[in-house]
Design a protein around this ligand. Structure first.
Ligand code: 4H7
Length: 225
């Protein structure tokens, strides 16, 4: 999977060069390239924003640098995503679909009041929102998308980090987990986890998952997610 990120704030993506994502890039399982949209501005002062036609507070990202940056990285099999609160809400099933079906993603990060609508109309395949809240830019949503997709690419996760049993893949929240010591500040690990009966442990975990999902996210137990 190749991912091109177009942004006015490339340094923000240093966050992707750690831990599992750093390892995935080193092993050539994913390739993440960050491009500064400003490098494509033909304006004398390299400006990439301007006032809003019709008035109103805040600046809009101008179309020319965006158009040229997109076309500089675009190939036949590119899929262009614009991170915006108007997009379809990101859910685990879409993450899985994207990881399995796209070879090249171009992620457009809007900042300020967003980008000129003509770029959305001409160049964007899909708008995606990561949740119902307002952020200062699409950069963090782009990182959320990259991180969630990377986990679905074969061999990105090690044997002990698998996607098959976890929250949301099975529409259940995760059971509680414990490590050593078996007693901490007078609090013991549940007895069932210490007795080595793997069938009983699996049953206990399933019960715990169902219980916490029922309590906190009963919506996940309905079929309409
Ligand atoms: C694109 C378009 C994504 C990017 C508009 C981005 C939340 C999300 C942004 C905007 C984002 C999300 C314009 C929305 C200014 C907020 C006050 C950057 N916020 N802005 N508005 N939920 N912000 O995925």
């Amino acid at each position: 999977m190749k991912i091109d990120i177009l942004t006015l704030f490339p340094e923000m993506f240093d966050a992707l060069n750690h831990s599992i994502l750093a390892r995935a890039q080193k092993n050539n399982l994913i390739s993440i390239k960050v491009t500064n949209i400003r490098d494509y501005s033909k304006d004398n002062n390299k400006r990439c924003d301007d006032y809003s036609y019709g008035g109103g507070a805040g600046m809009i990202m101008t179309p020319q640098p965006l158009y040229d940056a997109i076309n500089a990285v675009k190939t036949k099999d590119s899929y262009v995503v614009y991170l915006s609160p108007k997009g379809e809400l990101l859910k685990q099933n879409k993450v899985e679909f994207m990881a399995k079906n796209y070879n090249h993603l171009i992620l457009l990060c809007g900042h300020y009041e967003g980008i000129d609508q003509r770029i959305i109309d001409m160049c964007v395949d899909e708008e995606i929102s990561i949740g119902d809240y307002v952020l200062t830019g699409g950069e963090i949503p782009a990182m959320v998308l990259v991180d969630s997709i990377a986990r679905y690419i074969p061999s990105v996760l090690g044997n002990n980090e698998t996607t098959s049993e976890e929250s949301f893949s099975n529409n259940l929240l995760e059971y509680p987990q414990y490590t050593r010591p078996s007693v901490f500040m007078d609090k013991s690990v549940p007895e069932v986890l210490l007795n080595g009966n793997h069938q009983e442990i699996a049953k206990w975990r399933k019960e715990q998952s169902l219980k916490i999902t029922q309590e906190r996210r009963p919506d996940l137990l309905k079929d309409n997610n």
